[in-house]
Design a protein around this ligand. Structure first.
Ligand code: HEM
Length: 142
């Protein structure tokens, strides 16, 4: 039988993501996502992600579209794919704490000190706090 779905007791993230889109801009966000997905494709959870380079690029674009809207920019993800339903969209993939930590380390590796997104230390910290909390809600395996 398949493993039962785990629901984090902390529940969905409360509060809105930082409104950093105007400050960051679309191209740096896309370049960041591309870098992050390259890291994911070489990580311990690479099997979860497309092995075809074109599909990997498309997946990184979906993430950039999502982050654009989340950070207060145009709702690109919603326009293309409808309501984000992020937790539901992740349910087909087994995500436990190890997968989450690996995913977060790819995110942090691509982010570096935040300067590639034009972020100062406080903004970088705020972004990391948000993504750490959001990623908790994507977990669906103990
Ligand atoms: C907790 C660790 C996470 C893991 C292991 C994970 C893994 C995955 C996987 C395997 C996919 C499908 C890849 C594909 O598109 O082909 C995916 C899609 C996606 N993930 Fe995550 N994810 C995590 C957290 C997050 C977080 C925190 C966000 C928010 C920024 C996010 C945003 C997205 C988006 C926007 C998609 C595309 C959904 C779609 O339209 O199909 N993920 N993720």
């Amino acid at each position: 039988m398949a493993d039962p779905v785990y629901t984090p007791p902390s529940g969905p993230p409360q509060g809105s993501p930082p409104r950093l889109f105007e400050h960051i801009g679309l191209e740096p966000l896309q370049a960041f996502s591309r870098d992050m997905y390259q890291r994911l494709s070489r990580s311990e959870i690479s099997a979860l992600f497309p092995s075809d380079p074109g599909e990997l690029e498309a997946a990184s674009r979906r993430q950039a579209d999502f982050l654009t809207g989340a950070f207060g920019g145009p709702q690109l993800y919603r326009q293309k794919y409808g309501h984000p339903r992020m937790r539901a969209r992740h349910l087909p993939f087994p995500i436990d704490e190890h997968a989450r930590q690996t995913w977060l380390s790819c995110f942090q590796g691509a982010l570096g000190d935040g300067s590639r997104l034009n972020l100062d230390a406080a903004q970088t910290e705020e972004l990391l706090r948000w993504i750490e909390r959001f990623s908790e809600w994507m977990m669906n395996r103990k």
